[in-house]
Design a protein. Structure first.
Length: 409
């Protein structure tokens, strides 16, 4: 079953690469004059390469800003910056300034093309007036550790930034502008992808207040003032086009599971809960009332409320919790991965477990309960060959969890 799982993972990620989607989108756009390309996100390099191949000599210049390790080499006419994720760093500031400088070069006769994907919220940053990078980092860390959802995190990010929530579009001076966007956001929240760099901001001060109170966030007075006084950017000169989504990710997983003889069942493409709850939910017997080999599939983005000092990511924690639920069961396996190839601050895409994982952990003298309390799923899974390592994939359409069963016992 492990071999089947890796075949599904490999083929599913391949199906969700953005190359064709980017080029098909560009065919439908009215591109005139010189073309300036700003590619931002974990999938930025692959998207930029696809655009460069399509544009040819029409491409004047471009900037790629992506996560450390996600660049695949030099691109002709592109400057490449790698920066911090999920917390912005000095290179996030550098990348943002490279992008805004590029936008300033385009005239009214030219075209600006944004290629945006998940991760852009951290990869580029210009703090709002009066704030420092350190201020942004402190708030971001609180949001990441308290278990806030990605849309909640991005609402706050928008307000504290001088480029997010549509404000990046303000650096364009008359050029025609388009965004081709690879979605890693659940539901109809396109303005949250990469914190809506080119989308009008519909979030309100009341939304901000609710999030601050819900997670009991603490911050300096100057940060609170920015949040209280923030006004949404209500217009954008950019025409936005969303391509790719977690729904496509789940459909691809279903197709490739079926190719291997598993009857696929997609439970949801909008899984939003704590990783532990998801691990328990997807392994529940109520979802396994099928004859013969079958695959239970769920897509979305879970969260982890960090209580320990260990290492891991949401998919690894989901998998480890699922291992506890599957302990002793035969002919069953679960994997959970991030389509971008990275899960939390680790080199793993996620985790893979079966009915023997807990036994193997005990033999390795790993206490599962203690590990979960310490949020140390990475080191536990590593000891039992339970990590899925793909490396940066070049795409980013959220996470997928798949439970493979040979029977319903």
């Amino acid at each position: 079953m492990r071999a089947d799982a890796y075949k599904i993972i490999e083929k599913t990620i391949a199906d969700c690469m953005p190359d064709s989607a980017v080029q098909n989108s560009l065919k439908a756009l009215k591109i005139a004059g010189r073309v300036y390309v700003a590619a931002i996100g974990k999938a930025a390099w692959v998207m930029a390469k696809a655009a460069a191949d399509f544009l040819g000599e029409r491409l004047e210049r471009g900037v790629v800003v992506t996560k450390y390790g996600h660049s695949k080499g030099m691109l002709n006419r592109f400057e490449i910056v790698e920066s911090g994720h999920p917390t912005p760093d000095e290179n996030s500031i550098l990348g943002a300034h490279k992008v805004t400088g590029l936008l300033g070069e385009a005239s009214k006769e030219d075209t600006v093309l944004f290629l945006l994907s998940g991760g852009g919220s951290a990869l580029v940053e210009v703090p709002a007036e009066g704030l420092s990078l350190s201020d942004i980092q402190k708030v971001t860390q609180q949001l990441l550790f308290c278990g806030a959802g990605i849309t909640e995190i991005n609402v706050i990010r928008k307000k504290l930034s001088a480029i997010k929530g549509g404000k990046l579009a303000g650096f364009i001076h008359g050029a025609r502008a388009y965004s081709v966007i690879l979605s890693d956001i659940i539901g109809e929240n396109e303005d949250m992808i990469a914190s809506g760099l080119t989308y009008p901001d519909t979030s309100t001060v009341e939304n901000v207040r609710h999030i601050v109170e819900k997670y009991n966030l603490t911050m300096e007075e100057k940060v609170e003032k920015i949040l209280r006084d923030s006004k949404p950017c209500e217009k954008s000169c950019v025409e936005n086009h969303v391509v790719g989504s977690v729904s496509e990710l789940c459909k691809a997983a279903a197709v490739h599971a079926a190719e291997l003889g598993y009857e696929p069942h997609i439970l949801t493409t909008s899984m939003q809960c704590e990783a532990r709850e998801a691990g328990k939910w997807i392994t529940s017997k109520e979802h396994r009332n099928y004859e013969g080999p079958f695959a239970i599939i769920a897509g979305g983005e879970t969260v982890v409320k960090v209580t320990g000092k260990g290492l891991g990511g949401r998919n690894q924690e989901l998998a480890l919790y699922a291992a506890r639920e599957l302990a002793g069961q035969k002919d069953v396996l679960l994997f959970s991965i991030g389509s971008d190839g990275t899960d939390g601050p680790t080199d793993a895409a996620g985790g893979i477990v079966d009915g023997e994982t807990v036994i193997k952990l005990k033999e390795a003298r790993v206490d599962v309960e203690e590990t979960l309390l310490n949020n140390d799923s990475y080191h536990a899974l590593k000891k039992v060959d339970g990590l899925v390592i793909t490396g940066p994939t070049g795409t980013n359409v959220n996470d997928v969890t798949v439970l493979l069963c040979k029977n319903n016992d």
